[in-house]
Design a protein around this ligand. Structure first.
Ligand SMILES: [Zn+2]
Length: 160
């Protein structure tokens, strides 16, 4: 358990789900690079942890991404990859406050990341059946349309 996870009361992501999230994050933005202690360069990867909730959700804050236990037990690999892509995209896009626009931008980039990592976002889009209504979140149909419109090409740089 990492120090951060210990502080948050979170635990390690199951290995299969950590592999999916890492693969999706590793498909990340070309300009997002980090340097290891030995000086070698690699894609910048957020840290991933698990919370005990049985609901299906993810949360992204400053490179620390948590998923609920429900997201790891109730979603297919394609659905989890799309959720992971969405949360990773919030970090890559530098989002702080949530907004309708931020959610759609994270859906768009998240779908590109999941697709580039080899997951089927058409099947993954079924994850939106778990998204409730709120003032911030876009309509489910619009989110599905956004994901289905994404090609599997190079991830676009965030708009300046
Ligand atoms: Zn979001």
């Amino acid at each position: 358990m990492s120090l951060i996870a210990a502080i948050l009361g979170a635990s390690m992501l199951p290995p299969d789900h950590l592999a999916i999230a890492t693969r999706v994050a590793g498909a990340g933005l070309p300009q997002c690079r980090m340097y290891r202690a030995d000086g070698s360069e690699g894609p910048c990867l957020p840290s991933f942890a698990l919370t005990a909730s049985g609901s299906i959700n993810g949360h992204s804050r400053a490179g620390h991404i948590t998923f609920t236990r429900g997201a790891t037990t109730r979603l297919t690999a394609d659905e989890f990859a799309l959720l992971a892509g969405h949360e990773i995209a919030h970090w890559y896009l530098g989002h702080g406050e949530s907004s309708r626009e931020a959610e759609l931008a994270a859906d768009r980039l998240g779908a590109q990341l999941a697709c580039q990592a080899g997951y089927d976002v058409t099947k993954g889009a079924a994850v939106f059946r778990f998204v409730g209504k709120s003032r911030i979140y876009p309509e489910r149909a619009e989110r599905v349309r956004t994901v289905l419109a994404v090609g599997c090409g190079q991830a676009a740089a965030p708009a300046a």
